[in-house]
Design a protein around this ligand. Structure first.
Ligand code: ACO
Length: 425
């Protein structure tokens, strides 16, 4: 006989329309049932290969959800990592695992969880949060803006010749996952120092790249790992790819799926791409996790050979305007008052004086009249330098109250390279 504390497997659940889900923190004991609910929320099947890794990457302290009785009906998580911003880095809550069970959708559970999470992160003085959205229409209402733009690139390998003056030197070799891991850590750190949009990879985050179950391959090879040696034999770049073996009436029709190329020198970047585009038996390539402003475009003799399908990338949410803006560097001096409109977080909403000198900002609350008005969502969009204040002004999303303020802000907030985030979480 089941104990009075154990629900009978035959007993029906409480009718969802009568249930009152309760906000609940995940514990060591409830993490597994919470994680099963996350997988079900994404319409997936239990993934035993990744459960232990997920347990370490998303520990109970950052996980919560809503329960009806003992059953989870909604889930969310965050883990604080370091996000590279122009000229520096900032603590950032990497938000993930957001689901609401179909029986409970569209009755405000997501909204309740996100508001709770934003308040909690604010109380813990985390200045910025970030996420990858499953669907683009979800997170703008909560003050998340698109801070990096991704792209799927594709083309014919035979039309991918580089401009004649593109230098390649050194060499590329395929290595084991373990060999690449050792080589990749220092390359990642050196690239991350210069590349806004990248996250640190503490603990077991590197293992995300080596989990490679058969069912994720979709008929392609296991993941293959590359390192690039410079002319002196030092590793200065890493990459990964898969190969889809295919043949047609005229011969080979293989397809290369190119993973993120991490390179600390232009020659490593060019060398890693060239290696993959020159693979024998390949005719086409695609790169689904590329940047919308991928440097490859500037290497090709015929840029029309590249099909670029852009999409929203990393979403950011500014939780502490002063801390966030003071954590990055700027390309030009400026003295502006920003009115930040934030209907979700009263702690963010308001006016800020921004004084930028020699690349660094001092930010303070002010009562002075604003030079520019923008939403918290749009402040997040321009924060990494990937979206221009001028473009948002032309789109009617930034209001200029003082002539020249848009130009001043656009000059200061831009950066020397477009932000890019190769980490999906
Ligand atoms: C960071 C991540 O983990 S991203 C992953 C997000 N999760 C998924 O995609 C898994 C499958 N989907 C789900 O679990 C759910 O449908 C969720 C989490 C997307 C939405 O949960 P719900 O509880 O239904 O959302 P809630 O009722 O709070 O809706 C809030 C608002 O967002 C809108 N909304 C909700 N989902 C979507 C969507 N997919 N696209 C556009 N708008 C949406 C609602 O219409 C509502 O709008 P309103 O305020 O104007 O009325």
């Amino acid at each position: 006989m089941p104990s009075s504390r154990t629900a009978s497997p035959k007993r029906l659940p409480e009718p969802p329309h009568l249930a009152q889900p309760k906000l609940t923190q995940v514990t060591d004991r409830t993490w597994t049932s919470w994680h099963d609910t996350v997988i079900a929320g994404f319409q997936g099947s239990a993934e035993t290969e990744t459960t232990a890794l997920s347990r370490d990457l998303f520990p109970p302290a950052g996980c919560f959800g809503l329960r009806v009785g003992r059953a989870w009906v909604a889930t969310a998580s965050s883990t604080v990592r370091s996000l590279s911003v122009p000229g520096g880095e900032v603590p950032c809550a990497a938000v993930s695992d957001v689901t609401v069970a179909p029986a409970y959708r569209r009755r405000g559970l997501l909204s309740a969880m996100i508001r709770h999470q934003l308040d909690d992160l604010t109380a813990r003085k985390v200045p910025v949060a970030a996420l990858w959205a499953s669907e683009s229409g979800i997170y703008g209402r909560f003050g998340y803006g698109v801070a990096t733009w991704s792209a799927t690139l594709s083309g014919s390998t035979h039309e991918s010749a580089f401009l004649p003056d593109i230098a390649t030197e050194g060499s590329v070799v395929e290595v084991s996952a373990d060999q690449r891991l050792a080589a990749a850590r220092p390359v990642h750190e050196s690239v991350r120092a210069e590349q806004p949009g990248m996250f640190d990879r503490p603990g077991r985050w590197w293992e995300m790249e080596t989990v490679d179950p058969e069912r994720w391959r979709e008929g392609r090879s296991a993941r293959r790992y590359l390192v690039h040696f410079d002319a002196g034999g030092t590793v200065d770049g890493v990459g990964t790819y898969r190969f889809k073996d295919d043949w047609n009436r005229t011969g080979p029709a293989g397809k290369v799926s190119v993973g993120p190329v991490l390179a600390s020198t232009p020659t490593a970047y060019a060398g890693l791409w060239r290696y993959q585009l020159d693979l024998d038996l390949a005719r086409t390539f695609s790169a689904s996790g590329a940047a919308a402003q991928e440097t490859l475009l500037h290497l090709l003799a015929d840029p029309r050979a590249l099909d670029i399908r852009p999409a929203d990338g990393l979403y950011l949410r500014i939780l502490d305007v002063s801390e966030a803006l003071q954590s990055r560097s700027y390309l030009a001096d400026a003295a502006l008052v920003l009115q930040v409109a934030d209907p979700v977080l009263a702690s963010v909403d308001g006016r800020y004086s921004l004084r930028i000198a020699r690349g660094h900002a001092e930010v303070a609350r002010t009562r002075k009249a604003p030079d520019l008005t923008l939403s918290a969502r749009d402040l997040a969009a321009v924060y990494l330098g990937g979206v221009s204040v001028g473009d948002l002004h032309r789109a009617g999303r930034v209001r200029e109250h003082t002539a020249g303020a848009v130009r001043e802000a656009a000059g200061a907030f831009g950066w020397t390279r477009s932000p890019y985030c190769p980490d999906n979480f």
